[in-house]
Design a protein around this ligand. Structure first.
Ligand SMILES: Cc1cc2nc3c(=O)[nH]c(=O)nc-3n(C[C@H](O)[C@H](O)[C@H](O)COP(=O)(O)OP(=O)(O)OC[C@H]3O[C@@H](n4cnc5c(N)ncnc54)[C@H](O)[C@@H]3O)c2cc1C
Length: 850
């Protein structure tokens, strides 16, 4: 292994020999740091070197990478190096994996340093029917993304992997082009590639703090780093400090809620017959993966209940370190793992290795620009797949910095989806116990998160509990998912791919919304008050729709970037000429807030997050007017209170902001109630609702109702890669409004480009039996045309329904949709479907306006 171009002591010793915490090796005495760099990358693991490489690749020629000790000395040096493109139903994750594998394959030709990539193949075993169903669904989606995956039999597994027990294997999934890489070599090759493109890499220099200033627009931004060798000014800083990233982020006032956990593999003595060309084998049911190592085997593990490490903080001098294995805790899991390859029960163990790896609250990486600090980027929290996604992560961060927005959907990995409270020690300690095991759990739909529950409660939570709500984690809130009738446990029950035990209760809530009246708690929605002389002007500038035309009116709008793609999808209610109420979904909370704050910073417009101050209760359904009329003196008639009106009304002792709007496709109202008065208002609604047959409805009903009406959900069916026109939201763009808006030119250019060949389309499966969840491949005339970004069951439409982004060689019009034969693939089954550009339920929105 070579380390050309790396200053202050190259890591020549084989890292695998340096397994004790050795203490840090400082930079040599003559090391001098530059006073300035355009970007400083902190951390020289696989992620930091990849970010530096890609910044240079994309044209940034003044990049400095600072590594506290030696490259790879954190987690990277001991990774198992599995390369798997199979396994995810996220397009983002699959693209990150594919790009990374291809990069490792071509890097040697560019840098002269091999990455150690061996495309020996990967086999995933399916032992139980639930896993088989999952893998068939994943395989169909992954094939659509370009992954070469083949379903093979137990006999074929035995031929490829003779030492594995295969008598209980239902089927397996074989990806010949996957395999393994040497993580240290891949890092060194990236470092060499970065160096060749002008990046300066300095080892032995820790970053100990950050320089911050208020920029020209009044937004706080990072301006450099502190080190023992002096300050380095920088326009951008990228925190790639692995498991140290959280405590390092604290020095910049940035919350990065990741936590290290114990992570194990075992190395056996050499075993006769084991061949280095064998594929990597994974059997999640045995908590294990298996590959050749030194003529023997490596058995890696993802145990279902795991152990966080050093919640109080990672030691600064932990380097090339390993942890003492907890044999008592791991023993039972290890037995299960070894049983898949019985010879390992008889052969000697060379090493039982435990090293720390970072995990995040939702098992997704933490990437992107910190909401707290402009130009401060983070790429950390890799949840044990940092090697196999590292290339793609580096490319994405570099694009984000250089182009302003990456070319993949980052809504799920963006740092701003997370909240500061998730950095609390207790939260991290509790949640991390569950995280690592979820890697190998069967990914059934509706799997509830079990740990760190009850972190955020609606003001009416106790009342909903009395109503027998089954709660689920909604960005940390307890969200009522569905309601159990008397005598039925409000529990999710057994997980499966079929109809859950609560299917009929869900259906009843759905029908009650269409035919009667329901109450839905939506307190988790993000709410902001925007006030000031310039509030109207500022909000008009960032909104594609006209939001400040008339006080007492709510407007549905998107916020676009200069490229005309979506940054947010929300409502703006004009309360007065200098007061606005902005409501976004829970997942977009901090993204919308940051976007707003940064664009309004230099004006007389002030954003206050009032989420905690208001309880949001939605009263929806044709009976909703009658219910509100029964509790208020306000005139709720259609004439006095038309669709999109927003008024303060009295309910009991409270003054409630009542907005006539719906996300479910019926006549309906959203009530924003001061938190301390919420219980009183709720009680009145429930009492008045009794004679009207008021039902409580949960988030499952929300999903099925909105999907029938094809209402979009940002981060689920629309994202940062979609133009507002492709997303079918052109109706909410006021192209001719005075003063224009951010993204207007891009929208005009897209329009001028002619009819769209990429559009979001609603699909309804005509057979009422199958269920759709996400990522099912959609075909036109037998040719794949897209996949379902999200889906639910349309109880009124009579079948599963979803939204897919469809690509075509010709303009996508309803005629084009009608002239094709549409199908949706669910696992190995193919079902006919109807495709529509207009909502299949109430296309002319008569019910909303009544
Ligand atoms: C047992 C085990 C097996 C694994 N197997 C696989 C696998 O098969 N496939 C896979 O994809 N992933 C695997 N992983 C996960 C993978 O190793 C990690 O996701 C990846 O290495 C994380 O890389 P990183 O660059 O984020 O972190 P690190 O490698 O920890 O790099 C962070 C760097 O930042 C430096 N640093 C910290 N603080 C500072 C500071 N203040 N100033 C300057 N530098 C600083 C550290 O010294 C370190 O070098 C495994 C992990 C473990 C523990």
């Amino acid at each position: 292994m070579g380390t050309a171009g790396i200053e202050a002591g190259a890591s020549e010793a084989e890292p695998s020999e340096r397994t004790a915490a050795t203490g840090l090796r400082p930079a040599s005495a003559d090391t001098v740091l530059p006073a300035r760099a355009q970007a400083v990358v902190v951390g020289g693991g696989i992620i930091g070197t990849s970010v530096a490489y890609h910044l240079a690749l994309l044209g940034m020629n003044d990049v400095l990478l600072l590594e506290r000790d030696r490259l790879t000395s954190g987690t990277t040096w001991h990774a198992a190096g599995l390369i798997a493109t199979f396994g995810s139903t996220s397009q983002t994750s699959t693209e990150l994996r594919m790009y990374t594998r291809d990069l490792y394959a071509r890097l040697e030709a560019e840098t002269g340093l091999a990455t150690g990539l061996r495309q020996c193949g990967l086999i995933e075993l399916a032992i139980e029917p639930g896993r088989l169903e999952e893998y068939r669904r994943v395989a169909a989606f992954n094939r659509h993304c370009g992954v070469g995956v083949h379903e093979i039999s137990a006999r074929e597994v035995a031929e490829l992997w003779p030492l594995a027990r295969t008598d209980d294997v239902l089927a397996a999934f074989y990806i010949p082009e996957d395999g393994r890489v040497n993580p240290v070599d891949a890092t060194m090759s990236l470092a060499r590639g970065a160096r060749m493109r002008g990046v300066r890499i300095v080892e032995g220099v820790p970053v100990t703090g950050f320089l911050r200033e208020r920029g020209a627009c009044g937004v706080r931004e990072v301006t450099g780093v502190r080190t023992p060798l002096g300050d380095v000014e920088a326009q951008y800083v990228v925190n790639c400090a692995g498991m140290w990233a959280r405590q390092l982020g604290e020095l910049a006032g940035v919350s990065i809620p990741l936590q290290a956990a114990e992570h194990y593999y075992l190395l056996t003595e050499p075993i006769e017959g084991v061949d280095g060309s064998w594929p990597v084998l994974e059997d999640p049911a045995s908590y294990g993966y298996y590959r050749e190592e030194g003529g023997g085997l490596m058995l890696g593990m993802f145990e279902p209940v795991c152990a966080p490490w050093r919640v109080d903080g990672i030691p600064e001098d932990f380097s090339f370190g390993e942890l003492t294995p907890d044999w008592d805790r791991m023993g039972p899991y290890l037995e299960t793992t070894m049983a898949r390859v019985p010879i390992t029960e008889q052969i000697g163990i060379r090493k039982f290795f435990c090293g720390p790896e970072s995990f995040t609250p939702d098992l997704l990486p933490i990437v992107g620009e910190a909401p707290e600090l402009k130009n401060f980027f983070v790429a950390a929290g890799l949840n044990s797949i940092g090697i196999l996604t590292g290339g793609g992560i580096g490319r994405t961060v570099a694009q984000w910095i250089i182009q302003g927005t990456p070319d993949i959907d980052v809504t799920g990995i963006n740092i701003d989806r997370l909240h500061p409270y998730q950095s609390n020690p207790r939260y991290r300690a509790t949640r991390t116990v569950e995280s690592l095991g979820l890697v190998y759990a069967t990914h059934y739909p509706n799997r509830p998160t079990k740990t760190a529950r009850g972190a955020r409660l609606s003001p009416i939570h106790a009342r909903l509990e009395e109503q027998r709500a089954c709660f689920r984690d909604v960005s940390g809130w307890e969200g009522a998912d569905w309601y159990a009738p008397d005598g039925v446990a409000a529990e999710p029950g057994e997980l499966s791919w079929g109809r859950p035990h609560w299917f009929d209760y869900w259906a009843a809530e759905h029908h009650a919304t269409r035919n009667g009246v329901i109450l839905m708690d939506m307190s988790f929605m993000a709410k902001f008050l925007v006030q000031g002389r310039d509030a109207a002007r500022g909000l008009e500038r960032i909104s594609a729709n006209q939001v400040a035309a008339e006080p007492g009116r709510i407007t549905y709008t998107q916020w676009l970037n200069e490229r005309g793609t979506l940054e947010a999808d929300l409502t703006v209610t004009m309360l007065d000429d200098d007061q606005f109420f902005v409501v976004a979904s829970d997942t977009a909370h901090r993204h919308a807030e940051t976007w707003m704050r940064r664009h309004l910073a230099d004006s007389h417009a002030f954003v206050t997050d009032v989420t905690s101050g208001y309880c949001q209760i939605n009263i929806q359904g044709p009976g909703s007017r009658a219910l509100l009329t029964a509790v208020t003196h306000a005139d709720m008639s259609n004439e006095a209170f038309p669709f999109r009106a927003a008024r303060y009304i009295d309910i009991g002792y409270a003054r409630v902001l009542c907005v006539r709007i719906t996300y479910l496709g019926e006549l309906g109202y959203e009530l924003h109630i001061p938190a301390e008065q919420a219980v009183g208002v709720y009680d009145r609604l429930v009492v008045a609702g009794r004679p009207l047959g008021l039902r409580h409805a949960g988030l499952k009903a929300l999903a099925s109702l909105r999907m029938e009406k094809a209402y979009r959900d940002y981060g689920h069916d629309i994202d940062n890669t979609d133009s507002v026109l492709e997303a079918g939201l052109g109706f909410a763009v006021a192209l001719d409004k005075p003063g224009g808006f951010i993204g207007q030119e891009a929208v005009l250019a897209k329009k001028a480009n002619g009819p769209l060949t990429r559009r979001l389309v609603q699909l309804l499966v005509t057979d009422p039996e199958p269920l759709l969840f996400h990522a099912e491949v959609v075909s036109r005339n037998g040719r794949p045309a897209g996949y379902l970004r999200s889906a639910s069951y349309g109880f009124t439409l009579g079948g599963a329904v979803g939204l897919a982004m469809i690509d075509a060689d010709e303009p996508i019009t309803q005629k084009y949709l009608d002239s094709g034969s549409w199908t949706v693939r669910v696992g190995d089954e193919i079902y006919p479907a109807v495709a529509s550009l207009r909502p299949l339920y109430d296309p002319s929105s008569k019910r909303v306006q009544m």
